[in-house]
Ligand binder design. Structure first.
Ligand code: ADP
Ligand code: MG
Length: 319
């Protein structure tokens, strides 16, 4: 039902960056080792994402733009411990209801690729060596009321850039490229977390940051957090991932802020890239696709863990 999809799109597809987030997560789920993003006009005119992942076979290609075509959830238990990023099976349906969306893909082992030019369309043969190309054009072409809420190209691009960075930081093992209006703005070789963090936040950040490494067994915190000497820290350089998923969470932010206040006596805007790894059964990832919040079963323990991990690393002499 196109109307239901458009309504769902209102929740999932807030702006070009939300399209990019969903499409990037699909590429990651597909096991891509290289992902290329090409944007035009802040993503409003075009978002094109190419990956070298497992691809989609002809039968699934026709269904991929339909609602609830997901194969990623087999049971409620899966939903709880979901290892893949996407889990709702409606992102592409929602996107294709509010933008001209085509999907070209070559499944592993297939003799050639197929393309669909919209929901309900029959796949036609296409040329592609491997993986998938998702092409999303003219966002909100059919819902002008929504289009009015979009900001300038530059602002929308900045949001897309942030969505790109979140995935790029979480997955340094994937080579990633971002271009805007034909100009490459990020070219990231596959590497480790340190190298990727330096590429995205700057070597200046790394030079003024402490490596964080805390492990209690069930909970682990790794990454980098800035020292007070790093003055260029802004709100934008605050990245926190729970089990590989970017989150912006009150409890987490509070624990970090307290640690900076108590240990470093300041740094109102610390910069950090931190990865919390925790038993997925003890976290609820908000089922709302656009939300980036989590709920910890034992929030007190998580708060203390983060606080003490930062205290130990940042409090060492030389800070
Ligand atoms: P979900 O990711 O929640 O399953 P989506 O609407 O995002 O739902 O995608 C629908 C389906 O299309 C996915 O389950 C997957 O099978 C397939 N798919 C989408 N993008 C890709 C991709 N880049 N590579 C391989 N398969 C993909
Ligand atoms: Mg998805």
């Amino acid at each position: 039902d196109p109307l239901i999809n458009q309504i769902a799109a209102g929740e999932v597809v807030e702006r070009p960056a939300s399209v990019l987030k969903e499409v990037l997560e699909n590429a990651v789920d597909a096991g891509a080792q290289a992902i290329e993003v090409a944007l035009e006009a802040g993503g409003i005119k075009r978002i094109r994402v190419s990956d070298d992942g497992c691809g989609i076979d002809k039968a699934d290609l026709a269904l991929a733009l339909e609602r609830h075509a997901t194969s990623k959830i087999a049971s409620l238990d899966d939903l709880e411990s979901v290892g893949t990023m996407g889990f709702r099976g409606e992102a592409l349906a929602a996107i294709s209801s509010v933008a001209r969306t085509s999907l070209t893909s070559r499944a592993d082992g297939a003799s050639h690729a197929w393309r669909v030019d919209g929901p309900g369309q029959t796949p036609v043969p296409a040329a592609l060596n491997r993986g998938t190309v998702v092409d999303v054009q003219e966002l909100y072409y059919n819902t002008p009321a929504r289009r009015k809420f979009l900001k300038t190209d530059n602002t929308e691009f900045a949001h897309c850039d942030d969505a790109f960075r979140r995935v790029a930081l979480a997955r340094p093992d994937i080579a990633m490229q971002l271009s805007h209006n034909g100009r490459v703005s990020q070219r990231l070789a596959a590497g480790d977390m340190t190298r990727r963090t330096g590429a995205l936040l700057g070597d200046d950040f790394l030079a003024h940051a402490r490596a964080i490494e805390a492990d209690t067994g069930p909970v682990r915190l790794t990454g980098f957090a800035s020292l007070p000497a790093y003055s260029r820290a802004s709100r934008d350089a605050q990245y926190f991932f729970v089990n590989g998923r970017f989150v912006r969470d009150k409890l987490v932010t509070h624990a970090i802020r307290e640690a900076y206040r108590d240990i470093l006596h300041g740094s109102r805007h610390p910069a950090y890239v931190l990865f919390l790894d925790i038993d997925p059964h003890t976290v609820d990832v908000n089922v709302h696709p656009a939300k980036i919040e989590v709920r910890f079963r034992d929030s007190r323990a998580v708060h203390q863990f983060i606080y003490h991990a930062l205290e130990r690393s940042l409090g060492q002499s030389g800070a």
